[in-house]
Design a protein around this ligand. Structure first.
Ligand SMILES: [Zn+2]
Length: 369
């Protein structure tokens, strides 16, 4: 994370607790977990604080010399932490960036300074989010910044409890959860709702973002899917056709809400109770009828004669392990090549998740010597 040392640390001397916290922060910077921002004057004067270790002083000098490269980074992040003297944790907007003010003494506990946690509903969701963060760094031309984070799976519905633990222990944590929405205007799923309920303004070092689609699979760009399921033509043909039919509407209207794991068929649509999900999909059906698998008969009679075995696929189910294989493919790619895959149907999702994951995870390589 980008940690800004506030000029008020200049004033009267630091307490021994604050000095201990400063040591922790500088140790974490040395490991490359975070980046430090501050005025040259402050870095110089902190170097004179009595009782600081030699390594901490060296780190202050080094960080002080590297301030110019951080100018662009200040605007590339969605959030940064500003470390000051007193008070609690407050967040305010500065030039479109959420600046979370945290008192220096907060960091006296070593675990509050280590790499930020990227918390997903399971570890592969977190791993996908990390790749989105890496991609975002490339988009913002932050090539020298390294992603430094810990990937944790919250265990599905237990994610909110896990998130609360990090928040209460004062650890840096960014949590990404599926919206589980099946249509625009549909209410978010239980896991997402429970996680959002755990957000606290005065403990903003832990933050959560809910996706605006069904599941993580919906955010996978089509060109990535093509690479991952190479040879499985029936599935891919339908994604491509789906996108073609969807052209001219706000990007990814139907694609965001299909079930990539189980597939989405006409029987599922007709089975929806009255409400926004049913009306959205019935409206969409009128355009999706020309999909090769959709039998007109099923649509017009509002019931599939095959019942639960309805084979009128809007989208066929993808092969197992789609997410693992996608993350595996992405992790071996350069961010430049990843950027060639991200399309206008998925870009918004990548920006939304990638920007916060990048903000929590931006760091650098360890300092040697
Ligand atoms: Zn059918």
């Amino acid at each position: 994370m980008l940690l800004e040392l506030g000029d008020e640390l200049l004033g009267e001397g630091l307490s021994s607790e604050e000095r201990g916290a400063l040591e922790q922060i500088l140790y974490a910077r040395r490991r490359g977990y975070h980046l430090l921002l501050g005025s040259r004057e402050l870095f110089r004067s902190l170097g004179d604080v009595a009782g600081l270790s030699t390594r901490a002083r060296e780190m202050l000098t080094k960080a002080g010399e590297q301030q110019t490269m951080k100018k662009d980074l200040r605007h590339a992040v969605t959030h940064r932490i500003r470390i000051g003297r007193g008070g609690g944790c407050v967040t305010r907007q500065v030039d479109g960036v959420s600046v979370i003010s945290v008192p220096l003494r907060h960091f006296v506990e070593a675990e509050r300074c280590v790499r930020a946690v990227v918390l997903g509903e399971n570890r592969r969701d977190a791993a996908l989010a990390e790749q989105m963060g890496r991609w975002y760094g490339q988009v913002r031309q932050m090539g020298t910044v390294r992603m430094r984070c810990r990937l944790i799976g919250g265990g599905g519905s237990a994610t909110a409890v896990e998130f609360r633990g990090y928040r209460e222990r004062g650890e840096l944590c960014i949590c990404l959860v599926d919206g589980d929405v099946e249509a625009p205007g549909d209410s978010i799923g239980d896991t997402a709702r429970l996680v959002l309920r755990e957000l606290r303004q005065h403990e903003a070092w832990a933050h959560a973002v809910v996706s605006r689609c069904r599941e993580a699979e919906n955010t996978l760009p089509t060109r990535l899917l093509e690479v991952v399921v190479a040879g499985k033509q029936p599935t891919m043909g339908l994604v491509t056709k789906l996108e073609y039919l969807d052209t001219g509407r706000p990007a990814s209207v139907v694609r965001d809400y299909c079930d990539f794991k189980e597939g989405t068929n006409v029987a599922w649509i007709l089975d929806r109770p009255d409400g926004p999900v049913r009306s959205f999909w019935l409206d969409a059906l009128s355009r999706l009828r020309s999909l090769p698998d959709v039998r007109d008969n099923c649509v017009t009679s509002e019931g599939c004669r095959d019942g639960d075995d309805c084979a009128c696929w809007i989208l066929r189910k993808f092969p197992e392990n789609l997410l693992e294989r996608s993350v595996d493919t992405l992790s071996k790619m350069t961010p430049e090549n990843m950027d060639r895959l991200v399309c206008d149907k998925t870009r918004e999702h990548w920006l939304r998740a990638g920007s916060v994951v990048f903000s929590w995870s931006c760091g650098t390589g360890p300092t040697v010597g």
